[in-house]
Design a protein around this ligand. Structure first.
Ligand code: ADP
Length: 450
């Protein structure tokens, strides 16, 4: 096992990793930017090192400074959290070259699953359901047109190296195809340095369902069942829950098993998530694999009892997974609401500044993952998520009631947050009955859904 790990992240996930490391008896080193000098999570770390100015490009994304901090603090491993360098294969390679363990997959597994074209090919082999579409990057206009007709419009042009929704174009008619391919190729080349694009079937009204997986360096891979993350705004998840409601057990087990098979075939170690869109008839199509711990991982921890962050540290140290597939079962239901410092009434304008009042909810089955305390100053430079409120109940009904109660207890001010929006969604017929698709929150906000 390691003796000291460096956390190349900030906020709630830095705190989450500190807690896991401490339980494992490990010391922690946090790197921070000048904007995070007073970050409350730093008080919980054993050591902290400033690595530069507020802009992520000058601090949290500076591989050289993070490695220097790890070397001077004698950390033997680095946990990247999510965002920043978490899915950067170059960073994972530099760590390896410097003999510092990257807590996550090997650069090879990350690259293989991070490239959407090679990931689709691997998924096909593993029996993981994918959208009908290209097997390789588009080279010839005629071939792309032929394929689009074969799978039927609408189709979506996507970048192999895509992320953050960039390099994607929805195409409804044959005339739009060629210009969409060209502009997607250009956007992908400038955003990712890789202009490869492919096409797949576009699904209009689907739910987002994902499968949490874990792998180790001994060829073991398991799944921890699924989560539903359909409540989104501009592709940003707002509410996540698990297990995904209304998925027939047989289909759920088959898809979850195929996701575990995929990451086993990729010789993957650490936490991974296979994301899918699910059609109304419970047909699954893989979107992508996220090669890191996710914001919504607590939902799965609550229903399975598996500590995903601790497991990811253990497997990075070369230990085998502590759980076999047959040990994993689902207990009850869990929901997470992302509390963002944004004003839902003003187009989600970020609310940087001092949090004067901060009172967290509590009680049976209530968990808050947050780095915020009263007096904390939210810097304007980073993501606006300031807390994750997670509840666990016997079933979905109890979890919804518990979430409503916990939201009403939560006091954060004077800045606005997404709490009122969550309260509204939780009472919507569409949410309660799970009659939803990935655009329903946007329709609700536009006053189109009743
Ligand atoms: P990125 O890596 O850029 O986030 P994803 O492949 O995860 O790209 O897709 C981002 C979002 O775009 C998805 O969450 C979904 O809303 C939409 N999307 C992607 N592919 C499809 C598809 N084939 N059909 C319908 N929507 C899609």
């Amino acid at each position: 096992m390691f003796s000291r790990i460096l956390i190349a992240n900030r906020g709630e996930i830095a705190l989450r990793i500190i807690r896991a490391a401490r339980e494992l008896g490990l010391e922690t080193v946090c790197v921070y930017s000048e904007a995070d000098r007073d970050g409350p999570w730093l008080l919980q770390a054993d050591h902290s090192i400033c690595i530069g100015p507020p802009a992520p490009l000058d601090s949290y994304l500076r591989i050289d400074r993070i490695i220097a901090a790890a070397e001077t603090s004698k950390a033997d491993a680095i946990h990247p959290g999510y965002g920043f360098l978490a899915e950067n294969a170059e960073f994972a390679t530099v760590c390896r070259d410097c003999h510092i363990e990257f807590i996550g997959p090997s650069p090879e597994a990350m690259a293989l699953l991070g490239d959407k074209i090679s990931c689709r090919a691997m998924a096909k082999k593993a029996g993981t359901p994918i959208f009908p579409g290209s097997e390789e990057a588009i080279e010839e206009e005629d071939e792309a047109m032929e394929l689009a007709h074969e799978i039927g419009f609408p189709v979506i042009v996507k970048a192999a190296a895509g992320g953050g929704g960039r390099g994607m174009r929805v195409v409804h008619t044959a005339e739009e195809l060629q210009p969409a391919i060209q502009s997607a190729q250009q956007e992908a080349a400038s955003a990712f340095g890789n202009g490869a694009v492919y096409i797949e079937k576009f699904l209009e009204r689907a739910r987002h369902v994902e499968v949490q997986c874990l792998g180790d360096k001994h060829g073991n891979a398991i799944h921890l069942y699924n989560r539903d993350c359909t409540s989104q705004r501009r592709h940003q998840k707002l509410i996540e829950e698990g297990p995904a409601p209304g998925v027939p057990d047989e289909i759920r087990d088959k898809v979850c098993q195929s996701a575990a098979d995929l990451i086993r075939n990729a010789e993957y170690s650490g936490a991974a998530t296979c994301e899918f869109l699910m059609d109304r008839d419970s047909t699954f199509y893989m979107l992508e694999v996220n090669t890191r711990v996710q914001v919504e991982h607590p939902v799965t921890e609550m229903i399975t009892g598996v500590d995903i962050v601790k497991e990811s540290i253990r497997v990075a140290a070369g230990l085998p997974l502590s759980h076999a597939q047959e040990d994993i079962s689902i207990n009850g239901h869990s929901i997470e609401c992302r509390i963002n410092a944004e004003d839902p009434d003003r187009d989600f304008m970020p609310q940087a500044g001092t949090v004067k009042e901060y009172v967290q909810p509590g009680g049976l089955g209530v968990r808050v993952d947050s780095h915020v305390t009263s007096g904390y100053v939210i810097p304007p430079n980073y993501d606006s998520m300031i807390a994750k409120l997670i509840v666990h109940g016997r079933d979905r009904e109890e979890a919804i009631a518990r979430m409503k109660s916990a939201l009403s207890e939560f006091r954060i001010g004077p800045g606005k947050t997404t709490i009122p929006l969550h309260q509204r969604i939780l009472t919507e017929r569409a949410f309660v009955e799970m009659d939803v698709d990935i655009h329903y929150v946007e329709r609700l906000l536009a006053g189109e859904e009743g």
